[in-house]
Design a protein around this ligand. Sequence first.
Ligand code: SF4
Length: 344
Amino acid sequence: MLEKIPFYNLNLNELKSVLNGLGKESFRAQQLFRWIYGLGVTDFNHMSNLAKDFRAELPAKFDLSLPEIITHQKSADGTQKLLFRLFDQKSVEAVLIPSEGRLTLCLSSEVGCNMACKFCFTAKQKLQRKLEAHEIVGQYLASARLLPSGEKITNIVFMGMGEPLDNPEQVFKAIEIFNSDWGLNLSKKKITVSTSGLVPLIPLVTKSGTRLAVSLNAVDDEMRSQIMPINKKWPLQQLLDACRQHAKDSGDKVTLEYVLLEGITDSIDSARKLYQITKNVPCKINIIPFNEHPNSGFKRPSEAQIVAFHNELMRLGAHVLRRKTMGRDISAACGQLTTAAMRA
Ligand code: SF4
């Protein structure tokens, strides 16, 4: 028996070509996308503008299954964490984060991650494989189905498990499906790709029209290379130059993420250096007090130190926000994602 094609892997041209291969007209592709992405109808029998014999052919051709939700945890603050089982039994997590008027979905792009950032829980699980576009789109569709009617995912961030630019082909294909008018029709400006610093691939983010976030986390190469090994390959200056170029070409500010680790990245001197190295980059700085996880070897700074760091950046005139920690009680906060097996 021929293997079915994962429907959520297809862009418009690919679906047209599959349908042409079945002897069908190209415009049928738009019709199918309209039913599935526009109207949320996944039963081919209900697609009333398609001929009955055509509808009967489709189930054998296309696979519309989504990653299976194995666990669904809800935090007291409204954050929801979903653990998905993929077709090969591997698993990934996604997080739904509500905040003033928005509902952001944080997606995974890989099972595990090879970037080895020292403060990150996902890094303890080395890269097992990269996700395919349908598994990324599938996290979105399965999450959206859980929402009460009228509620919608408004923003997408690639900040879950994995380094999105380590899997660019599938990530940008998923973005094409999220963004296209034949797909899920989400604005590019509501989608953020976050990288640990794969400098040569940052222009792909610019080209895609999505927003760029960079996990910066240190103010000099010595410290950054210690906590983020990627820095040995693409040091800070190259990374900041790439950020500046992205801002120039896209007209968007870059979000610079900065994790506060007690005694390591949280000094007032670090706040001043952070201001110095970023003042010529159109950016906003997100400071993220470290979310402790087992055996990380790092600590969250005291509240007084977090406030002092934040205040110093504001005093200097930086555009700085303190990321509100969401979902800490269900280990859904930034840097805490991994699959259940790791936590056991
Ligand atoms: S912080 Fe991101 S890039 Fe670094 S190890 Fe964790 S998942 Fe990978």
